[in-house]
Structure formats: C-alpha cells, structure tokens
Design a protein around this ligand. Structure first.
Ligand SMILES: [Zn+2]
Length: 324
C-alpha cells in the first residue's frame, strides 16, 4: 500500500500511536515489526471519511459565505480587476479549512485538559478551552462521578488487529442511573418521533467528547454511531509509556496491553461553552457491520494509484482506414 508517514505533520496533540500520513491518520501498532505489512492501522475516523458526509459541502459553503460578508469591501475592490479577483477567490476558498482547523485545534486542547483532569494531572490554563472544561466538570458533578473511582480509562489507544483499524477512546466511565431508562430533557424532546425514554443501564460506558462553539448540546451526526461502534468493538487497549508514543516497537511489551472490556452503553458527550449534552447512541452490531463495510473501501482507495492513467493515442491503422 502506498502510505507514507508525514513526520513533519506530527502534532503534540495527536493521540498516542497516531501518525499523520499522505492518506490521513493511521495508528502505528507498537507490537508489529517495522517491516510487518499490518503495522499501520487505519484510524476509525479516517475510515468513516470514506462515507461521503452530505453535510460537509453546505457547511463549507456557509463558512465561505460568512467570510465573504466579513470582507465585502475587499470583495468589491477585487471584483474590478480579473487578477485581483482570482487572488481573492483563492483566498476565499481556503477560509473554511482554516476555520475548521481552528475548531479542531480547540477540540484537541479541550480533550487534552479533560484527559489531565481524568488523570488528576496538572494542566496549563487555556482561556478559550476553559468554558468547555467547566462544562465537563459540570457533567462529572451532575452524574456523581468520582474520577479515581469511576473513570476507568482516558484517551486510550484501541486497536482491532483482526480487522486492521485503530482509534482513541476518550473516556470509559462507570455510570450509575436511577433506573434502566432515562427521560429526555424536555427542551430536546423530538416532535417528529415519539420521545421514548432512552435506555441507560448502570455500568461501564464508552463516551466520546465533542466540542463546538456553535452547535446545540443535542447535535449528533450519523457517523458518530459508527465511530462509537468501531471503538466499542476494538480488541485491545494500549496504555503505553511515552517511549511507544509513535508506535516504536523496541520499548513495547505485552504489559502495555489489555483487553477492551464490555460496555453497557455508548454515548456522545457534547461539551458547549455554558452547557453539555450527554446523548446515549445505539452503537450496536448493525452500526459495527456498517463501519466494517467501509474498511475494504478505504483500503482500496488508499492503495489506488491512477496517476499513470492518461488518454492514449488512437491506433494508427484505424486512422488510415478512415481516411481512405
Ligand atoms: Zn507500548
């Protein structure tokens, strides 16, 4: 497979064992030798990206339009000259990506602080991340979570070596509910479908954190279900010292690995500036099967090499016959 690691794109906020490549994020399995063809495992979200997300194009268009509104005088000036216009359009086209990278960066910082809180470790105060961190603390308080007693893992790498994928699991927490189902918060009750109480068994939950400055605390997307299902069905979790950070093999041993436990439930924890939403999602066998369907597609697409495929010259013999 033509996957090249991009060492220059490594970021301090990258999850453990994650490596940037020319085909997006992969995880480097520290238990595999450097020449093992199965060493690189596609990241859960990279595989899910193979499934076209309908909402992305409108979201990009929206962010481009907002940027244009903010830069109307410059747009008007640029419109007067074809060269300036081309330059302006080029700049406009890159804006949504800059915006999205900025959001992703904030999300990574919130994750890093939440991990520090879960580990009882100190962290550097971050003014922009702080409101989200407060919402996380509010979640811990509302759900009666004691970090030492109830948080079983934070930001841990999980791998499925049989199927060849990897991911990072944000939180495994022991949750205790009053009853096997919980009512929906009244303001979020759906109008189009019956608002059934949602199953909330007590026990170990797999929770993924999502941060957003703009989306409501109830926002969920189709691909979240597949993401949770993939993490839930990973086989092994890695708790490695920093020496195995990028999948280095020589330091790794089986004492860094343990079996992924069974979870009674999976959920998204939406962190917002002044609130949060804990949304249980049915990451079941069907969701996992759908995710598994994306793996061969991703493997094929990431191995596909079409750069040498170009139009060929017509056969000379045929051309002569037509002319005659
Ligand atoms: Zn290790």
């Amino acid at each position: 497979m033509s996957i090249t690691i991009r060492e220059d794109e490594r970021d301090e906020y990258d999850p453990s064992h994650a490596v940037p490549t020319n085909k997006g994020r992969y995880y480097c399995d520290p238990a595999c030798d450097p020449d093992d063809p199965n060493r690189m495992k596609i990241s859960v979200t990279n595989a899910i990206d193979q499934h076209m997300i309908e909402a992305l194009a409108p979201a990009a268009a929206r962010d481009t339009a907002i940027w244009l509104m903010d830069n109307l005088p410059a747009a008007n000036r640029a419109a007067a000259d074809p060269y300036d216009m081309e330059k302006f359009i080029k700049e406009a086209k890159s804006q949504y990506r800059l915006q999205w990278d900025k959001k992703a960066d904030l999300g990574s910082r919130v994750h890093a602080i939440a991990e520090a809180i879960n580990l009882g470790a100190p962290y550097i105060p971050d003014e922009e991340a702080e409101p989200f961190v407060n919402s996380y603390r509010q979640f811990l308080a509302d759900f009666g979570l004691d970090i030492r007693r109830d948080i079983k893992a934070a930001e841990c790498t999980v791998l499925n070596r049989t199927l060849g994928y990897g991911g990072t699991s944000d939180i495994w927490a022991n949750l205790r509910f009053d009853s096997p189902t919980s009512p929906i918060i009244p303001k979020f009750k759906p109008r189009a479908v019956p608002a059934d109480p949602i199953p909330t068994p007590s026990g170990l939950w797999l929770i993924d954190l999502k941060t957003s400055l703009t989306k409501p605390a109830s926002a969920i997307y189709d691909d979240y279900v597949m993401q949770l299902a993939a993490l839930r069905h990973a086989e092994v979790a890695l708790v490695c010292p920093p020496e195995c950070r990028y999948g280095e093999t020589e330091f790794h041993d089986s004492s860094h690995e343990f079996k992924v436990p069974e979870f009674v439930g999976t959920a998204i924890l939406n962190l917002r500036e002044t609130t949060y939403g804990f949304v249980p999602l049915p990451a079941d066998r069907d969701a996992f099967d759908a995710f598994c369907g994306l793996l061969p597609l991703a493997r094929y697409m990431h191995g596909l090499e079409l750069r040498g495929c170009k139009p060929v010259q017509p056969p000379i013999n045929n051309t002569r016959k037509d002319a005659a």
